[in-house]
Write a protein that binds this ligand. Structure first.
Ligand SMILES: [Ca+2]
Ligand SMILES: [Ca+2]
Ligand SMILES: [Ca+2]
Ligand SMILES: [Ca+2]
Length: 240
């Protein structure tokens, strides 16, 4: 009996030691599972945010009739994208397109020399031509390139080109939309549509066909936990 009790004590000690080892190992496994889960969650969140933002952009670009920025002549990538508000957008449901400023049933049909009717060269607050200066030139220089194209808008300006703009401010991607029943092209609101933005890159795609316009839109996100990702969409105007 005495001998057996001695064995029992030794077994108990061994069992305790094994249990401690197992607990330590388990804690390590749980720790790495938790870390992987956090990384996976951040990756999933970034992916969701990127897809939502790019889908929003796609709705506007694919519904639009004109690509404003990057400019027609531009081959360089830009960090800004601007299109005319799609004629299908009627946010207040009054039966007139939001872009039909004079509500006569046709969109953007009374454009003056300031195409966007915002009192600024090109699109207000945007460096249209990417020369490093915002709103340089005269208000009738609609691409800010220093020369006035002829003929310019011949109308009185009651139904201008309503710009939808995507640009980065800090680490946010902003969407600019005209307000409802805007008094002018300077009557708009910007809202963030993505956080954790490290880069927004827009490139005109040469389609070899003058009647179509395409852009490649790339969104780079970098989460606070260190996860990063790049998402792209190639968008053709006038397909929605
Ligand atoms: Ca109109
Ligand atoms: Ca308009
Ligand atoms: Ca303008
Ligand atoms: Ca400029």
């Amino acid at each position: 009996m005495k001998r057996q009790r001695g064995i029992a004590l030794a077994e108990l000690l061994v069992a305790a030691a094994i249990a401690a080892l197992v607990m330590t190992a388990l804690a390590g496994v749980l720790g790495s599972v938790r870390q992987a889960d956090t990384q996976f969650s951040e990756r999933a969140l970034l992916q969701r945010d990127a897809r939502l933002a790019l889908e929003r952009i796609a709705v506007m670009v694919e519904g639009s009739r004109s690509l404003l920025v990057p400019l027609e002549v531009t081959t360089n990538s830009r960090n800004v994208l601007a299109v005319s508000l799609p004629p299908t957008v009627d946010r207040n449901g009054d039966g007139y397109a939001d872009a039909d400023n004079n509500k006569n049933g046709s969109v953007d049909d009374d454009i003056s020399t300031d195409y966007t009717n915002d009192g600024a060269p090109g699109i207000k607050g945007i460096d249209d031509d990417g020369d490093g200066t915002i709103d340089n030139g005269s208000t009738s220089d609609n691409d800010e390139n220093g020369s006035i194209a002829t003929p310019v808008g011949a109308g009185t300006g009651t139904d201008w080109i309503d710009a939808v703009v995507y640009r980065v401010s800090g680490t946010q991607l902003l969407e600019r939309l005209p307000n409802l029943n805007p008094a002018s092209g300077a009557d708009y609101t910007e809202r963030p549509i993505a956080d954790n933005v490290s880069a927004f890159t827009v490139t005109r795609v040469g389609t070899g066909n003058r009647s179509t316009r395409e852009v490649l839109v790339q969104l780079d996100l970098a989460g606070p936990g260190g996860e990063t990702g790049t998402w792209t969409r190639r968008l053709r105007l006038g397909t929605r």
